[in-house]
Design a protein around this ligand. Structure first.
Ligand code: DAH
Length: 356
């Protein structure tokens, strides 16, 4: 039959040149589609003489099969090429080091403050706060520390700068957390049960002192609070904090803001230069305390004829050192990343009453 060779050559050529699936489909329609050239030729078979049909039929069928096979082969080749190209483009070097994801740590002082707050919260104490730049009235006078009292010198106070001619009473960097007692009682009155953890400042710097350090204050005022309550609360606290029963020893002392006053020691032992809290028969001083002085209640607007209670103040930094075996106080405030990574806590190591 005429033309078959040309038709074959033309379509095979077009298939070879088709650069993508769309072009290939156009070629398929032109050859084998309903109105495609080969389909039309096949329709003509009906009008042929039997003789003609005998040779044209198989030739057309063979052509159709050949074109069909060529389309498939070309399609497979195009798909392979597309895949190769994508694989070349989208490769990933899984041997590269992973991107770093820096993670901070919680400072031991922050962690310990949270632990302490959790233990005292369990005993009904709320957290109170006060300013670090404090009036000297709150820091001293209201706490029954008169201007000429030697405690003012003992505290090595930092005074805030005053311009010449500025005769306002001086502000100080608070030397202890005790002024928060005054502010809390002024704000809330009695009864009251609060702790006040925070920064305090004294002009002092040596092996065991830094000009800024941390204290926690405790205050409980009600109608019938006694030193027996104080002793129970402190023993309960130390036992929860150190995770084992800790005995306390009260020694008579003097603070202007409490009467009577006591310094409190916790039971400990030294084994091979290692300190262990809650065992043995040595004692270590850890806090000052007493029954809040009537003058202090009165300066905070509370009637000492109606109300009474205890207060205590304790250094936080040393409590952190004792619990977590941290040897040097000054390292607490040097912001050395190696130290922070070593002694710091993970963000998810939530302090709880039952945590180790
Ligand atoms: N404020 C005292 C200090 O910094 C500690 C203290 C002692 C606080 C006795 C108190 C207390 O509340 O009752 O040395």
């Amino acid at each position: 039959m005429d033309g078959i060779a040309e038709i074959r050559a033309k379509h095979l050529d077009a298939i070879g040149k088709a650069g993508d699936g769309e072009a290939l489909e156009t070629v398929r329609l032109a050859a084998l589609g309903k109105k495609g050239e080969i389909s039309l030729k096949m329709r003509e078979l009906g009008r042929m003489s039997p003789e003609e049909r005998k040779s044209a039929g198989p030739a057309l069928n063979a052509l159709k099969d050949e074109i069909d096979a060529a389309l498939r082969a070309r399609k497979a080749a195009l798909d392979d090429a597309a895949l190769e190209e994508r694989l070349a483009r989208e490769w990933l070097d899984i041997t590269l080091p992973a991107r770093s994801c820096p993670r901070g740590t919680v400072h031991p002082v922050s962690q310990v403050m949270e632990e302490m707050a959790a233990i005292f919260a369990d005993m009904g104490f709320a957290v109170a706060e006060g300013p670090q730049v404090e009036t000297d009235w709150h820091n001293f006078d209201a706490l029954n520390i008169a201007p000429e009292h030697p405690a003012r010198q003992e505290h090595d106070t930092f005074f805030m700068h005053r311009e010449p001619g500025d005769n306002r009473p001086p502000h100080v960097l608070r030397t202890h957390t005790s002024p928060v007692q005054i502010r809390a009682m002024q704000a809330q009155g009695a009864p009251i049960r609060v702790i006040a953890p925070g920064r305090v400042y004294r002009m002092d710097m040596d092996q065991t002192h830094t000009p800024m350090f941390h204290q926690i204050e405790g205050l409980a005022i009600d109608r019938d609070i006694t030193m027996a309550n104080l002793k129970w609360v402190l023993e309960e606290f130390f036992s929860a904090y150190f995770g084992r029963p800790v005995r306390t020893r009260f020694r008579a002392s003097h603070f202007p803001f409490t009467e009577p006053s006591a310094e409190v020691d916790i039971q400990c032992s030294w084994v091979n230069g290692q300190l262990r809290v809650g065992e043995g028969d040595d004692w270590m001083e850890v806090l000052g305390s007493g029954m809040v002085h009537p003058h202090v209640l009165r300066s905070a607007g509370i009637d000492p004829g109606q109300w009474q209670g205890f207060a205590f103040g304790m250094g936080i930094d040393r409590m952190a050192m004792l619990k977590y075996g941290i040897p040097d106080l000054r390292a607490f405030f040097e912001s050395d990343l190696r130290w922070l990574r070593h002694y710091g806590f993970g963000a998810l190591e939530m302090p709880s009453l039952h945590a180790g």
